[in-house]
Write a protein that binds this ligand. Structure first.
Ligand code: NAD
Length: 486
């Protein structure tokens, strides 16, 4: 292994690496080869307690600093992340299997964007002054919530650690972050970098573990807020547990998003959009537009261009910058995807391209294109979380809008058309949190990101995230003697 993937210890608590070998062993596997590249231990109750205690103590000092001071530390962390982008990208590739052509531009860089953006905002977070009759007035204080718990999915381990950590810390909260057990390595680097940038010990802690460790964090009385990125079933459990104690939540969950291509669209551009909406990160992106509705008149042209362009995908060594498709992140996810492909064939979808597992070590599957998919098929209803694109036909705008929205999910949606009026009408009609016109799957930190319906609660990124990591205290100030009825 040319790069040392074994972390110094499993957890990062109170400003330093901490080990407790009593916790269950979690093997970290490089998905491209199936090799074990590191071992960490799940947090024991003692580790969970230590991390929460540290975050609780750190909160007082961190919240008392000025926003400008906190922001300076976050921005310094952003600079360090950018300087180390190459090494962090290699680690991200080992952790997830995503190709370096992606990780060098989409992971530590987007984490750094979040640290820089929220670092910049931190000094500008204020309450307001509200004048009232008779000289009285109200002012509001924007206050931190306290200890926030972040729980991550395995597709973007660095990005998720930063998308949750940066706004939480900017607002004066502290965090205990639990990465996915599939990708435990990258968040430790985020914690290390924050300390190097000057974050006081205990402000950002990372502990490892499976769902049970996440569950024990969610119910702890020291925790004020939980932000989860994960599947809808996990989200429902975590939301319910948090609600029982009236904790704040952000839920970034799954999707089955529609992407509508009208017959006046630029076909090359629409094919590019559908590629980005289905094959980036080997299809393991929550906002993917996996139901591609193509208007009947251009369907065959769309399918043939898509099949041709899929032939240009470079599937191979993720460390090679020419590679554009890596493996699935885990054997389990590979089996799930294979199961859905089999189901698609069984239920009568037309397999146009791909669909086969590659005969080599690691968790490889070909990017897959299905046509003649109908709304009732399993592959059109359930989140696959793999490189499987389903093309469904449609004739009219009215018909496709009803079908696009006929899902419990509501994460994202997109439309390709040359008709400006129609584009805006269609996105206004989408029941989804994040919409795209003539593009797909871009998520700049300046824009709110999140889902409606079962896909989530709250928004990450942008100024919106501040509302989910702080609360407003109202202070009524009387300038007059206090009166009472008796
Ligand atoms: P998952 O739901 O299996 O696990 C997510 C995290 O929750 C993991 O860290 C897991 O250990 C933890 N967890 C599991 N059970 C828990 C419990 N009872 N209490 C507390 N924590 C618990 O999801 P996954 O397989 O890691 O990720 C894939 C899913 O994440 C997909 O559905 C995908 O769409 C979604 N996702 C959403 C976004 C978004 O921003 N909306 C981004 C990435 C992934």
């Amino acid at each position: 292994m040319p790069y040392d993937t074994q972390p110094i210890a499993s957890h990062f608590i109170d400003g330093e690496y901490v080990e407790d070998t009593a916790g269950d062993v979690i093997e970290v596997i490089y998905p491209a080869t199936g090799e074990v590249i590191a071992k960490v231990h799940a947090a024991t109750p003692a580790i969970v307690d230590r991390a929460l205690a540290s975050a609780k103590v750190a909160h007082a000092e961190w919240a008392a600093m000025s926003g400008t001071e906190r922001g300076r530390i976050l921005r310094r962390a952003a600079d360090i992340m950018r300087e180390r982008n190459h090494d962090l990208s290699i680690l991200e590739t080992y952790d997830t299997g995503k190709p370096m052509s992606e990780t060098t531009i989409a992971d530590a860089t987007s984490g750094a964007d979040a640290l820089e953006y929220f670092g910049g905002l931190a000094g500008a977070l204020t309450g307001e002054h509200i004048p009232l009759a008779g000289g009285d007035f109200v002012y509001t204080r924007r206050e931190s919530l306290g200890v926030c718990v972040g729980i991550g999915a395995w597709n973007y381990p660095t990005q998720i650690a930063c998308w949750k950590g940066a706004p939480a810390l900017a607002c004066g909260n502290t965090m205990v972050f639990k990465p996915s057990e599939v990708t435990p390595l990258c968040a430790l680097k985020v914690a290390e970098i924050l300390v190097e940038a000057g974050a006081p010990k205990g402000v950002y802690n990372v502990i490892q573990g499976m769902g049970a460790v996440g569950a024990s964090l969610v119910t702890d009385p020291r925790v004020a807020k939980v932000s989860l990125t994960g599947s809808v079933p996990t989200g429902k459990k975590v939301y319910a547990a948090a609600a029982a104690e009236m904790k704040h939540v952000t839920m970034e969950l799954g999707g089955k998003s529609p992407l509508i291509v009208f017959d006046d669209a630029d076909i090359e551009s629409a094919v590019s959009g559908a590629i980005n909406a289905n094959f980036y990160s080997t299809g393991q992106v929550c906002s993917n537009g996996t139901r591609v509705f193509v208007q009947k008149g251009i369907k065959e042209k769309f399918l043939s261009r898509m099949a041709e362009r899929m032939g240009d995908a470079v599937i191979g060594d993720p460390m090679d910058m020419e590679t554009t498709i890596g493996p699935m992140a885990s054997d389990r996810q590979l089996q799930i995807v294979e199961g859905y492909i089999a189901k698609g064939i069984e239920e009568g979808a037309r397999l146009v391209k791909g669909g086969k597992r590659l005969d080599k070590d690691g968790y490889w599957i070909e990017p897959t294109l299905f046509a003649d998919v109908t709304d009732d098929m399993t592959i059109a209803r359930e989140e696959i979380f793999g490189p499987v694109l389903s093309v469904l036909d449609f004739e009219t705008e009215g018909d496709v809008m009803t079908r696009a929205n006929a899902t419990d999910f509501g994460l994202a949606a997109g439309v390709f058309t040359a008709d400006l009026t129609r584009a805006h009408r269609v996105v206004a009609g989408f029941e989804a949190g994040t919409c795209y016109i003539n593009t797909y799957n871009l998520a700049p930190v300046e824009a709110p990101f999140g889902g409606s319906k079962a896909s989530g609660v709250g928004r990450e990124n942008s100024k919106e995230a501040i509302n989910h990591y702080s609360e407003v205290k109202t202070v009524y100030v009387s300038m007059n003697p206090c009166e009472a009825p008796f």
